[in-house]
Design a protein around this ligand. Sequence first.
Ligand SMILES: Nc1ncnc2c1ncn2[C@@H]1O[C@H](COP(=O)(O)OP(=O)(O)OP(=O)(O)O)[C@@H](O)[C@H]1O
Ligand SMILES: [Mg+2]
Length: 486
Amino acid sequence: MLPGPQLMESMRAVGYSLKTAIADIVDNSITAEATTIDISFNAEAGSTYVSISDNGFGMDADGVRQAMKLAGRNSTSARAAGDLGRFGLGLKTASLSQCRVLTLISKRNGSLVGVQWNLDHLAESGEWQLLVLSEDDLLGLPHARYLDDKVSGTVVLWEEIDLSDPDQAGFTEDFTARMADAKEHLALVFHRFLEGEDGQKITIRLNLDRIAPADPFLSQNRATQLGHRERIPVEGGEITFRPYTLPFINRMSAKERSQAQLNGPLRDNQGFYIYRAKRLVIWGTWFRLVPRGELGKLARVQVDIPNTLDHLWALDIKKSAASPPPAIRRALKQVIDRIIQPSERAFRHKGVADDSGRGVMRTWLGLSSREGFYYQINREHPLVENLVDQLNAEQLLALDTALKAIESSFPVTDAYVKLSGDQPQKSPETTETALRDLAIGYWRQWSAGGGSAEDFINGFKAAEQFSRCRDTHALLTEVTGLGVTP
Ligand SMILES: Nc1ncnc2c1ncn2[C@@H]1O[C@H](COP(=O)(O)OP(=O)(O)OP(=O)(O)O)[C@@H](O)[C@H]1O
Ligand SMILES: [Mg+2]
């Protein structure tokens, strides 16, 4: 028994959003070997539409009918390596999740053909009636003229968009905002096509605005670390891994930062970036193989899977939920340990008290007790020692009280919130001039207390403040005037 046409209405609930639905249509254009894809929209309530037009190989009259069929193609049959489709459903389900009228216009061998699914018509007639449009009907539709100057191509037109109630205030703004969101989504998921990797360059435009690729690995930034490519053979296919460690946040431009943040702070975007036939399908997850830690937040791994392994990955219709099979999970786990390390190292390098800082006189000490960790000003730092030497008992007590007050109010939570919100921390000035000024200040204080130049140099040469200095000894010597004695 055939399902009733209300099936179309039920399929609206598959869970597409405007952006994922548009991306699904773009998939089809890419599979059709398009080099230019034009997306247009009108957000005014009453005359809404979205069109996705391409210069791909198009379809003839039979082709468009077949394309509009649910599962018009077998989901288990082999597909060409670059085919982004799998189920024979996307065009219908993605489109009708967003609109009530779907028109497919196509051109191949010179003739224009068009068919339409209209949900209201299906409901009224109670029959599976695909409307065939005449050339006159077609030319009255937005963007049908797009194909005039093209040998072949396709226009997918969505009308009566019902994302929310069109009569409600703010509909147009909401629609427009979602299209802006869609633009970012396309820039990300198709970035490798937009970049023209392997010479397959595709232009995608939104209302004629060219969409620039958004590479989640910031590979153009010289501070990004690129790991070794690894291949794991799986059931006759091959999965490729490529680890990246993003630069520390202070070394990202504001644009790069927002590009790397995707849908939230860096911490939430670490993990595997799964590409199916070069199209990003899932990202920012370790598949629960390891917890998402603050220290791994710079680690991202590009994973390439060919469409021949779809059956392994339990792909869903939207191709947005997929989980790796046990054999691959085991391999992933091994790769992970090697991968997160560089990201953690990038962080620890910036840490307060750690082993890499041996030989450096820290101003703050990171300590821990059974109740937890805390920070204390290092009483052995020459600045503190020098001060202590100059004070009487009463003043010492005052100093101790002041230091304790400073320590107890160290804004550790605030710093944590800011860092995990990816706010860049302004590093202290480390230019030679700034360091010299600092040294002069210290020397004044030191010599005022009667300390010798030699003790000053020996005391301060390891101070954290000068760890970025090229030659601390020379700087301190110069400052104390030792270097100018004949
Ligand atoms: N822009 C296009 N140009 C040429 N052919 C197209 C285009 N869009 C769709 N088609 C044809 O229509 C068919 C159905 O598309 P649809 O998106 O429904 O399924 P699919 O891409 O095969 O699989 P999936 O459900 O995984 O997307 C495609 O297989 C293709 O043959
Ligand atoms: Mg498709």
